[in-house]
Design a protein around this ligand. Structure first.
Ligand code: ADP
Length: 945
């Protein structure tokens, strides 16, 4: 390291050597100085001067740690009168030192004094060049300490080179501590001053009145706002009893005793208090509405008084009044709006009823397909509009407070049965199970508003059906859990539908909210149903909520309170409601349905056993018979996966051991033909789910009494055809719901009804299980197509030596290939889509009943034509016997050509089949077709038109 030597420097120790007395004198004078100094700057300057003068050193500086605590900054310097060091002074004022850097930084880092005999030779002295330039050499510094913390550093310089003096440094160290304490004291004082300033600024500037009081209730301070509120100057109030000044009387002028005053009372109890809207009195004797709050002041664990805040609430009172008036006005307006809506909805409803009614009438008339479509849309839009109007009317009624609940005696079971019966139509259209379960402890006789209860249920069940494609909808009624009184009930509607996202579960109860808000919504609706339901439920002192998982379904719950009725309003059957000890077997694959039936029957005292399928049911019946405890009655579900209800009934019917058993058949669809079939199998009654309890009871009673069996309790159908012959039983195998609807609507007018099978497999099953006069078979279907299904049906017929039922293939194109394929599969004939109503009806009539409508102008020719066909049949028989296929082909060809001309399409079809079979030299097929032609000719009824 290179040292710059300053030859002028003189090494002299004399200035630093001090005796003890001198050192103590220096310390004392600094102490004195610090006590006397009014400001930090004065104290610092005094300390620097004292130290410099007593040591005869020329320059000193005070450094303090910056507020950011990262560097030291120079805040004060002192120099001997005869010596100035302007450039060094300037360098100090401009510099800052980090911990460990330069003399001040070193003192800060070590927390100890440091001595440099000659700065010129010091390696850690950034200001060395400037200092040396001004002739400075020796330097020392010491820390200003408070506790263990360094608050700053003092440094001193001499023009002479001087060696360290340990005693001196120690004394200076103690001066550093004194200065530290002084600094801290000054800081605390400053903080106090600032706080006091801030406090008084706060008190002066706040618009709230604030005053302090002692235990005797005398004012110890009050801010200008507080004094002004009361009409005083602050000085006027100091020492005055505040209660007597401002709180002496009540609004009516009667005295308000201090003991009663919450401020005084609560202060003494060591509590705060808040009062809104009392009257305080001004100096001029006028009162004003005020709010106040007080908090006790604690000093050393004792209550010393309280601080009270006052506000004049005249203005707020005024605002509140205005708000109340505005609210009343808004309520009036809302009522007026609701009244208007109610009136308008009513006005609109009257013509709407006419529109809808006329549309319904129009629908019943004969319309072509296009007109029918128009009318369908127009009926649908009409009923949607009516729903909307009804909902709006209801909502406005509830909102305007016009909805008052009735208080009527009603039978809960009856209301539920009727409601479910109504909803069952929609549910069954979608193939959903709809079930009801009423817990045994739910009272039947209630007092309340059955119409409103039904409205809520219809809305919830309607939604459940609307948002469910597959599965079931179950309605339950239980006593409301955790609520007193037998009339507090909880209803729930469970579905296996699309579910509701969590974030929407609350929102859907608000008006006009729907989960799916796209304009192309899949499910219609107004978004008002749940809002209305909620209001109605609230009127019934209940609440409504939903639980749901997206994709698995929802359950809507609501509670409601009813009074208990004294009389049971029942349209229930006459006769004792007693099935005591009647042994009943319930055979149903659906567990919910079984549970519901068991509940109902058990209520009437029956002994109920369940079987979850046909086979098990039969086994149980037989077992019980052998055990000598036969069942009196069996409730059979019609549709079950393994052995269905009819098959079970058939077995029971045929088994002499079981023949005594009364059979009741349950179904969730309503098929034509089932009743007749059931009757043949000894079914006593045929009931449609959801079951009405009263109906079930009635049916059981009637069946037991041997009353008219197999009375159909369901909707009556105009089953008979116009000429009085029995209605045709048709099986329609078709997967497209649109076509099903179309064909059903075609058939409706004829009085024939079709059972529908959604694919070939179902069609085969249904065909085998039933008795049909004709099958309409769509050829393109999922799972099993029409060709395969026709083939299977033919196989089954052959095996069981059954008569061949006509199968009419429904094809999209009349391609020869398709025709050939359908005939080859065993279809009797084919019809090409789109099928006209008249064509379909004629084809059915011709194939199922042999009735053919022929133009009257051909009346003379037809008998001859038909006779010739019988002759053809003989010729075919002998040609086949000879193996003369050519002749058969020619005969077939001629038949094909002439049949349609006379109106006998069936003869044309059979002619074509014979021609083809002969081409393939298939003798068996030729014989089969010829036999078909014979049957056709035998059964033919020609009607001339
Ligand atoms: P709307 O059915 O006429 O739209 P609601 O107030 O009855 O009006 O229902 C509001 C919305 O709540 C429905 O649009 C639907 O998004 C949702 N919602 C109600 N019930 C169900 C349910 N069972 N399953 C799924 N979503 C439902």
């Amino acid at each position: 390291m290179a040292f710059v030597q300053y030859p002028t420097a003189i090494q002299k120790d004399r200035h630093t050597v001090m005796n003890l007395a001198q050192r103590l004198a220096v310390r004392d004078s600094v102490t004195h100085l610090l006590e006397e100094s009014p400001t930090l700057e004065a104290a610092a300057r005094g300390a620097l001067q004292t130290v410099c003068e007593s040591l005869t050193w020329e320059w000193g500086a005070l450094w303090v740690v910056s507020p950011g605590a990262d560097v030291l900054v120079c805040i004060e310097t002192w120099h001997a009168p005869a010596a100035t060091f302007p450039r060094f002074e300037e360098a100090c004022r401009r510099s800052t030192f980090e911990s460990g850097v330069g003399l001040p930084g070193r003192v800060w880092a070590d927390g100890r004094p440091a001595w440099i005999p000659d700065i010129v030779h010091d390696v850690n002295f950034p200001r060395a060049a400037v200092a040396a330039g001004e002739g400075l050499h020796a330097a020392f510094g010491f820390p200003i300490l408070l506790g263990g913390d360094v608050l700053g550093a003092m440094e001193f310089f001499s023009r002479e080179i001087a060696q360290p003096d340990a005693d001196l440094l120690q004394m200076l160290g103690s001066i550093g501590s004194q200065i530290g304490q002084f600094l801290e004291r000054r800081r605390a004082e400053k903080d106090r001053e600032r706080l006091a300033r801030e406090k008084s600024a706060l008190l002066e500037s706040t618009s709230e009145g604030i005053y302090g009081m002692d235990l005797a209730g005398r004012c110890t301070f009050i801010n200008p706002a507080g004094a002004a509120l009361l009409g005083y100057e602050p000085a006027d109030l100091l020492g005055k009893n505040m209660h007597a000044t401002m709180h002496h009387s009540r609004p009516d002028g009667s005295p308000y005793m201090e003991e009663e005053c919450p401020i005084d009372r609560d202060m003494r109890a060591g509590k705060g208090t808040r009062v809104d809207g009392e009257v305080l009195w001004r100096r001029d004797g006028t009162p004003f509405p005020a709010g106040y709050s007080s908090s006790p002041i604690w000093v050393d664990g004792h209550i010393d008084g309280a601080v009270v805040t006052l506000t004049d609430i005249t203005l707020r009172k005024g605002v509140e009044e205005v708000q109340t008036r505005a609210k009343e006005a808004a309520e009036d307006a809302n009522r007026a709006k609701s009244d208007f809506l109610a009136r308008m909805s009513h006005e609109i409803r009257t013509p709407m009823n006419a529109i809808i009614g006329m549309a319904d009438l129009l629908w019943e008339t004969s319309l072509n397909a296009e007109q029918r479509e128009y009318v369908r849309i127009f009926r649908k839009a009409g009923s949607q509009l009516l729903d909307l109007i009804n909902d709006i009317l209801d909502l406005s009624k509830v909102e305007s407070g016009h909805l008052a609940l009735e208080s009527l005696d009603f039978d809960l079971g009856e209301v539920l049965d009727k409601t479910l019966e109504m909803m069952a139509i929609r549910a069954h259209e979608k193939g959903l199970e709809l079930a009801l379960r009423i817990a045994p402890d739910v009272p039947a006789a209630l007092v309340g508003d059955p119409a409103r209860l039904r409205q809520v249920l219809i809305n919830l069940i309607g939604n459940a059906v609307k948002f469910t494609e597959k599965g079931e909808v179950i309605v339950r009624v239980d006593r409301a859990p955790g609520e007193d009184g037998a009339g507090a009930l909880q209803f729930s509607v469970f579905d296996t539908g699309i579910g509701i996202p969590d974030e929407a579960r609350e929102l859907i109860f608000a008006p006009y909210t729907q989960v799916d808000t796209t304009t192309t919504r899949k499910f219609g609706g107004t978004g008002l149903g749940l809002t209305i339901s909620r209001r109605v439920v609230e009127l019934m002192q209940g609440r409504i909520w939903a639980e749901s998982r997206v994709g698995s379904g929802s359950t809507f719950y609501f509670t409601a309170r009813f009074a208990l009725g004294s009389k049971l309003v029942l349209s229930a059957p006459a006769g004792p409601m007693d099935l005591a000890s009647l042994k009943i077997l319930v055979v149903d694959d659906n567990a919910t349905n079984r549970m519901i039936l068991r509940d109902m029957l058990a209520r009437w005292g029956a002994v109920v056993t369940e079987a979850d399928g046909g086979e098990r049911g039969l086994a149980e019946l037989r077992r019980a018979h052998l055990a000598g405890a036969a069942y009196s009655l069996v409730l059979l579900d019609r549709r079950m996966p393994d052995v269905d209800g009819f098959q079970v009934a058939e077995h029971i019917h045929q088994d002499p051991a079981l023949a005594e058993t009364i059979i009741l058949m349950l179904t969730s669809d309503n098929r034509a033909g089932d009743v007749a079939r059931g009757r043949a199998l000894g079914v006593a009654a045929y009931l449609v789910k959801p079951l009405k309890r009263s109906e079930l009871f009635e049916a059981i009673q009637e069946a037991r009494a041997g009353a008219a069996p197999a009375s159909e309790r369901t909707v009556a159908h105009p089953d008979a055809v116009s000429d009085g012959s029995p209605p045709l039983r048709i099986l329609l195998a078709e997967d497209s719901p649109d076509n099903v609807l179309l064909i059903q609507s075609y058939l409706k007018a004829s009085g024939w009804r079709a059972d529908v099978a959604g694919n070939g497999e179902i069609a085969v099953r249904t065909f085998i299980a039933g008795t049909y006069d004709l099958v309409l078979m769509d050829v393109q279907m999922p799972v099993m197509d029409g060709y395969a299904a026709a083939r299977k049906i033919r196989e089954w017929e052959a095996e069981h030596l059954a008569t061949r039922v006509p199968i009419l293939a429904l094809t999209a194109h009349a391609l020869p290939e398709e025709v050939r394929k359908s005939l080859a599969a065993g279809c009797t004939a084919h019809l090409t889509k789109p099928i006209r109503k008249a064509t379909l009806l004629r084809a059915i009539e011709e194939h199922a009943t042999g009735v053919v409508h022929v133009d009257a102008s051909l009346a003379e020719l037809v008998p001859g034509f038909l006779d010739n066909r019988r002759t053809d049949l003989d010729a075919i028989a002998s040609a086949v016997a000879r193996g003369d296929y050519d002749n058969v082909r020619i005969l077939g060809h001629n038949m094909r050509g002439s049949g349609t001309g006379y109106g006998f399409t069936r003869i044309t079809e059979l002619g074509a089949s014979l021609e083809q079979a002969a081409g393939r030299r298939e003798a068996g097929e030729i014989v089969a077709r010829a036999a078909e032609l014979t049957r056709y000719l035998d059964g033919l009824h020609v009607k001339y038109e």
